[in-house]
Design a protein around this ligand. Structure first.
Ligand code: HH2
Length: 256
């Protein structure tokens, strides 16, 4: 069997995430169900990164994420999706082992916290979720994203570092498509690549599918594309469906 990318189940303990905000009143139960569906890794976040999302204070973010981290720690890989060093530190102390920083270790305090993680995911973004929609002028998108990710990865102090193109973060829909087409330029760094395309707006803009609820087919296409390109992990909302798609992709490759 070809090596399958890890499936990272998204758990947003938030009321306002673009797809699942407020959908799962009990974030621990939702995380448990994603583990039961076969997630290899759970990514827990307590603050939405969607453009224009309200910011959340540290105490509230911790109140949202820590119960999920504690419930899963030791059973499955748990990452903490935050840009706040103190939230990251507390989640790592509570049993998360991976730091997922969508701002790509721009904060020196976060760099220090990464020393306490077994692995760090550095994602590419420009500005902040509040400003990123205007920061979309690139001379050479693919090479600039690659260079920025290598710089961010070099700052990490954890033994393992993942890079992530940050689909939809300071990128238009055509730019997100181009980054997907050129995933080879991230895979060829030799660093493991994490891809988060699940239910994102580039699918909606490309295909005219307005509601995130209706974007599962496009999400599965992006996941399989990523698998084919050699990414190491797929960050998805739909674990069972992604797993089925990946397993069929793998079965076809070994058919004889
Ligand atoms: N995407 C989102 C959040 N965190 N982290 C990484 N490493 N890669 C991603 O692509 C990524 C991420 C946005 O998706 P979601 O968590 O579903 O929504 P929201 O930020 O609104 O909570």
């Amino acid at each position: 069997m070809p090596e399958l990318p890890l499936i990272v189940g998204v758990v947003n303990a938030t009321p306002d995430s673009f797809y699942d905000g407020g959908r799962h009143a009990d974030a621990v139960a939702h995380a448990e169900s994603l583990v039961a569906e076969g997630a290899d890794w759970i990514d827990v976040g307590g603050e939405s990164t969607r453009a224009g999302a309200a910011s959340v204070d540290e105490a509230e973010e911790l109140r949202r994420v820590l119960p999920v981290v504690r419930a899963l720690a030791g059973r499955v890989t748990v990452s903490i999706d935050t840009v706040k060093p103190r939230v990251a530190a507390a989640a790592l102390a509570a049993g998360a082992t991976v730091l997922n920083d969508v701002s790509g270790l721009r904060d020196p305090e976060m760099v220090a916290v990464s020393a306490d993680a077994a692995a760090t995911v550095v994602m590419h973004m420009r500005g902040t979720p509040a400003t990123m929609v205007t920061l979309i002028d690139y001379q050479d998108l693919v090479e600039e994203v690659r260079a920025a990710l290598l710089e961010a990865a070099a700052r990490a102090r954890s033994p393992e570092v993942w890079i992530d193109p940050g689909i939809g973060f300071a990128k238009t829909a055509p730019q997100s498509l181009l980054l997907l087409r050129r995933l080879d330029r991230l895979v060829d760094t030799g660093l493991p690549v994490l891809l988060g395309a699940s239910r994102k707006s580039f699918i909606g803009r490309t295909l005219g599918v307005e509601r995130p609820d209706d974007r599962l087919p496009g999400s599965l296409a992006a996941a399989l594309w990523g698998a084919e390109a050699g990414v190491g992990a797929l960050r998805v909302h739909d674990v069972a469906a992604t797993r089925q798609a990946l397993h069929l992709w793998a079965a076809i490759q070994t058919a004889r």
